[in-house]
Design a protein around this ligand. Structure first.
Ligand code: GDP
Ligand code: MN
Length: 342
């Protein structure tokens, strides 16, 4: 994962906050967060403001299923010179869909728990994954926005980034940017790939000619994952960080795919995450050359890191991927991405 010193930084000089490109583009920092997570949110904001946003002042848009408290608003606004917006999610975007059967949901949770699936019995976690998969960009406050950078509470940013990443996305015609890819718990998504195959059979024309299907279906590195997920490697972009163009989520292809999955019920009967859902959609229906690894954005969400070997970074161990038990190293599936799609 090493890059010759200096190469990357020259490549992005065109996007520095200079007189050439003074205007911001149509983009926002985006955080779904609870009032109780204020301290964690402030920590994430301080890191991202220090390393990047204080040079560009992109607005922050905060989303919540309940109203934000006055304290949350006051303290987050104090953490940035940029505008902050506070939005409540419409009830119909957060509610459990009418076709979900509550008894079946409860039965399903038992099985998920037997399989040690984290958060299986937390209904709000299922709702959150569904909202992040197919609803956030439909919020009225996002209607006129094109790009977003998703930020969670308690994450860290380690490197000075001196160019406008949104302008970079736009000028290079990128759809999606990530920092980390990892394997998922296969038992959280046993029917996600089978449902996807049904969808492709109905819409073979939706597959992009330059897709990353081989990346999604690799069975060589973690055969037991591939087997338990019924044909999907489980490798996914870790969506607690994502920088993306919402045009893709708003396309008919993705809308049809999301609706298909939503009807199938796996956001509740299993524990489908927005990470595998976004990753499978991108890997099948988008041109893989429009997906960008932001190797230069040092990032941590417990327990994984993207820590570049660059003088612009401090606070993380260069090249280190995980914090904790050594077995975590094998969760890194970026080599798969490089093999099939980079
Ligand atoms: P993990 O990263 O998978 O362990 O899940 P998190 O607990 O970090 O949740 C993912 C993101 O969704 C975070 O930004 C949370 O703040 C947010 N989130 C999760 N559940 C809820 C919820 O019920 N309400 C709100 N407002 N935010 C939530
Ligand atoms: Mn998190």
């Amino acid at each position: 994962l090493e890059e010759p010193e200096g190469k990357l930084w020259r490549a992005t000089e065109d996007y520095a906050p200079d007189a050439k490109n003074p205007a911001r583009i149509n983009a926002t920092l985006l955080a779904l967060v609870r009032n109780e997570e204020l301290e964690g949110m402030l920590q994430s904001m301080h890191d991202l403001e220090r390393t990047w946003n204080s040079k560009f002042n992109y607005p922050w848009t905060f989303f919540n299923d309940v109203p934000f408290s006055p304290e949350f608003k006051k303290k987050t606004q104090a953490a940035t010179k940029a505008e902050c917006r506070y939005e409540v999610i419409p009830k119909e975007h957060w509610a459990v869909p009418s076709w979900i059967n509550n008894d079946l949901y409860k039965e399903s949770v038992k099985i998920l728990k037997e399989n040690d699936i984290q958060y299986a019995d937390m209904l709000s976690y299922h709702q959150m994954c569904r909202w992040n998969s197919g609803l956030f960009y439909k919020h009225p406050a996002m209607e006129h926005m094109q790009y977003y950078w998703r930020v969670e509470p308690k994450v860290h940013f380690f490197c000075d980034v001196d160019y406008d990443v949104f302008r970079y996305m736009q000028d290079r015609n990128k759809t999606y940017g990530f920092t980390v890819t990892i394997y998922d718990a296969p038992k959280s998504i046993p029917t996600l790939w089978p449902e996807t195959e049904k969808f492709i059979a109905q819409h073979p024309e939706y597959l992009h000619p330059n897709n990353a299907q081989q990346w999604l279906t690799d069975k060589t590195r973690r055969p037991e994952h591939w087997q338990q997920a019924n044909g999907y490697s489980t490798c996914h972009f870790w969506t607690n960080f994502e920088i993306a163009d919402m045009s893709f989520w708003r396309s008919k292809v993705y809308e049809d795919y999301f609706n298909h999955l939503d009807r199938a019920g796996g956001f509740f009967y299993e524990r489908w995450g927005d990470a595998p859902v976004h990753s499978i959609a991108l890997g099948l229906f988008e041109d893989k050359s429009k997906i960008h690894w932001f190797r230069d954005i040092g990032y941590q969400h417990i327990p994984f890191f993207n820590c570049p070997n660059s003088p612009k970074c401090s606070g993380c161990t260069k090249g280190k991927f995980y914090d904790g038990e050594p077995f975590l190293q094998k969760e890194d599936c970026r080599p798969n991405w490089f093999k099939y799609a980079h």
